[in-house]
Design a protein around this ligand. Structure first.
Ligand SMILES: Nc1ncnc2c1ncn2[C@@H]1O[C@H](COP(=O)(O)OP(=O)(O)OP(=O)(O)O)[C@@H](O)[C@H]1O
Length: 296
């Protein structure tokens, strides 16, 4: 099921997880391993001894209640936060030993919110994704424009290239931010709620794009999703966080159960199977602790 990438079929062997020295657009996925990861903000412990392994070309969905630490875990895996204990390994290399730029050549993070300067166009914002690949004087290199154009085309925003980002709707901006992350051209993509703000059509388009990129380029993807339906349908594995720890980790068919709904997501509900695709489908009934009558 894990795509190993058409890049491998196009001639030159792709450089795993890192683009340095490789032509833009030839990168393929890498592995991510969190070992005994703990982290807290001042006065608040968030993650405690989290172990997570994501194999090359795997698509993992991260689920859990608001505030359980999903974004924090992605930020740790991108090297934007330093763990209090434990390590993150990218293809076996300790992230703590990599510079921010070196890490950004291997891992791209789609933030829940990305900054945009007033007046900045879509093309200019997407080009920001190339910052880690720039030359010594901060100049874009040959091929960078092509990578940006491909990233915009991948998520269907190429027609907006000259529009100011601030003039876009929330959903349109979300897709532009995804293009910016793709423009980083890394083997590992960390996507924090990539379908937020999107209508159903565009949610499905983004999910299918991610699956396609995984299949075609062998990208490794970890995505935070609140929509358990998307997680169950599209992910190879679902990892559920609860109380700062991994509460469940496995294929959707094993993980998506009434017990997961109750114990991790605090919802009473039932789980069936999609009659066509066979993936698990949730039927949430009511929040745990709230009378079913009040929840109607
Ligand atoms: N910069 C910060 N300073 C202090 N506390 C923070 C900071 N960022 C996050 N937190 C707290 O850390 C906890 C975990 O936050 P995080 O954003 O990782 O949760 P999450 O699982 O991604 O939540 P959501 O589903 O709401 O996006 C929350 O309680 C949050 O309030």
């Amino acid at each position: 099921m894990c795509g190993r990438g058409a890049a491998a079929d196009r001639g030159a062997p792709p450089e795993r997880g890192v683009r340095v020295g490789a032509s833009p657009g030839t990168v393929t996925g890498g592995t991510v391993r969190a070992v005994g990861l703990s982290f807290g903000y001042p006065g608040r412990e968030v993650l405690s001894g989290v172990d997570l392994t994501v194999g090359e070309g795997e698509l993992v969905a991260l689920v859990g209640l608001n505030g359980c630490g999903k974004s924090t875990l992605l930020r740790l895996c991108a090297g934007l936060l330093r763990p209090a204990a434990g390590r993150v390994l990218l293809d076996g290399d300790d992230l703590a030993r990599l510079s921010r730029r070196a890490a950004a050549r291997r891992v791209a993070l789609l933030h829940q919110q990305a900054p945009s300067v007033p007046g900045m166009t879509v093309r200019q914002l997407v080009r920001q994704g190339r910052y880690a690949a720039r030359g010594p004087l901060g100049m874009l290199r040959d091929g960078d424009d092509a990578v940006c154009a491909r990233a915009m085309a991948d998520v269907g925003v190429a027609d907006w290239a000259d529009r100011p980002v601030e003039a876009l709707s929330g959903g349109e901006r979300q897709r532009v931010r995804l293009a910016m992350a793709l423009a980083q051209d890394t083997g590992v993509l960390l996507l924090d709620e990539p379908t937020t703000y999107l209508d159903l059509r565009h949610q499905l388009e983004v999910m299918q794009t991610v699956v396609r990129l995984r299949e075609e380029r062998g990208l490794t993807v970890v995505m935070v999703l609140h929509d358990l339906g998307h997680a169950a349908r599209f992910a190879d594995r679902i990892v559920a966080l609860r109380g700062g720890r991994v509460a469940a980790d496995g294929p959707p068919a094993d993980v998506v159960t009434p017990a997961l709904l109750a114990e991790v997501l605090e919802v009473a509900g039932r789980v069936g199977r999609d009659p066509v695709g066979g993936w698990p489908v949730c039927y949430p009934d009511h929040p745990i602790g709230v009378s079913p009558d009040l929840a109607k």
